[in-house]
Design a protein around this ligand. Structure first.
Ligand code: FES
Length: 374
């Protein structure tokens, strides 16, 4: 086959009458492509070896489909809520991430190996050389490119391998469902369905239960070691992350762990320098105790911990997207993508001199959600 571009192009009529094979040859010639080697992997059709190769490819696609089903099932039904180490369900809970990771990995691996084996075993070996050229007219180009694509599809022999087509479709379809399930899963689950937590987004771990005192506790790294916080523990200009503690939970390992790990519990306790002028939020003028101010540590942008405090400027920085909250001005956002102030926890000191919460936050902490109006 010559690599020269033909001088005369076929008319529209002639193009319509040409067979696909003729169009392919014309397209190759016009593109300056010369096939220097072509070898069909299975010149004799229907041999046992060919069937065996087909079953092997189908097997990998089937593995992908099974991996996809297992991933979907684990994603939807595996117990994912935190269980304390003392609970019987802790092992199952701690396997949640490995299980969804492994099953998704199997689905991707199955699809990848299946596609690789198919290419290796069924796509003909072909070596082509193409000359540089300016390209044919768009009309001829369109007709010949379509023919070339159809021809490539036929040479791949996929059309007549229904077992591979079915298993590949199954594997890719279920994998696609799994990929969709991840972003959609959170929207399908109803966060209000459990009556116990019907207001869970409105309340936090600081919510008083049966009038019991909720202390501010520091985390020493050991869940059992309960250290309460007194005002004199913090230097002027200092800060500390604190968590809720109830005396009734002192020997309850699960409750102690939950209080430290609950996502809405961490609070930044900040002691301002004496005499620092502060703008307080309307209706929250008495939420502080002297120079002590307690703000939710959960960023109102996307929920990262706002853990960097600069005492000179009074700015609390969220390291995720650089939002800055002004502690001298009721933790109002000063910079970055956050648009709402950090909720303030009302605090005081009890008769024994320990810092305690006077109640829960009066607004939801963390990022916005649909039912939230502001
Ligand atoms: S999560 Fe804090 S700035 Fe984005």
């Amino acid at each position: 086959m010559s690599g020269d571009t033909p001088t005369e192009l076929p008319t529209e009529d002639e193009l319509g009458k040409m067979s696909r094979d003729e169009l392919v040859k014309l397209g190759l010639k016009m593109d300056g492509v010369e096939l220097v080697h072509y070898e069909d992997k299975w010149p004799v059709k229907g041999t046992r070896a060919e069937k065996r190769a087909e079953r092997l490819v189908a097997l990998w696609f089937l593995i992908a489909a099974l991996g996809g089903v297992a991933f979907l099932a684990a994603f939807l039904f595996w117990p994912w809520r935190y269980e304390a180490p003392s609970s019987d369900k802790h092992v199952l809970y701690s396997l949640y991430n490995p299980v969804i990771g492994i099953t998704l990995g199997i689905a991707i691996l199955g699809l990848g190996v299946g596609a690789l084996l198919y290419t290796k075993k069924f796509i003909p070996d072909e070596l082509a050389v193409q000359q540089r050229h300016d390209g044919p007219s768009p009309q001829v180009d369109q007709a010949t490119v379509l023919a070339e694509l159809a021809d490539a599809g036929e040479r791949s022999t996929l059309g007549r391998r229904s077992l591979i087509k079915k298993t590949a479709g199954l594997g890719a379809g279920i994998f696609g469902l799994g990929v969709l399930a991840v972003p959609l899963g959170g929207l399908i689950k109803n966060p209000w369905q459990d009556s116990d937590s019907s207001k869970s987004l409105w309340h936090t771990a600081w919510k008083p239960v049966n009038g019991e005192k909720v202390y501010l506790r520091r985390h020493t790294g050991k869940f059992h070691e309960v250290e309460l916080v007194r005002p004199e523990d913090l230097e002027a200009g200092g800060f500390e992350t604190v968590f809720p503690f109830r005396e009734s939970e002192r020997d309850n390992e699960e409750a102690l762990v939950h209080a430290i790990k609950s996502s809405d519990g961490p609070v930044m306790l900040i002691r301002l320098r004496p005499g620092q002028p502060v703008v307080k939020r309307a209706g929250q003028e008495d939420f502080n105790y002297g120079d002590f101010y307690a703000y939710s540590k959960i960023c109102t942008h996307l929920g990262c911990p706002t853990s960097l405090y600069e005492q000179q400027t009074g700015l609390l920085l969220c390291p995720c997207h650089q939002s800055q909250f002004d502690v001298f001005h009721y933790a109002k956002p000063r910079f970055g993508p956050a648009t709402r102030a950090l909720p303030q926890l009302p605090i005081t000191v009890d008769e024994d001199g320990y810092l305690i919460a006077r109640g829960d936050f009066i607004e939801a902490v963390g990022p916005a959600f649909w039912e939230r109006k502001s």
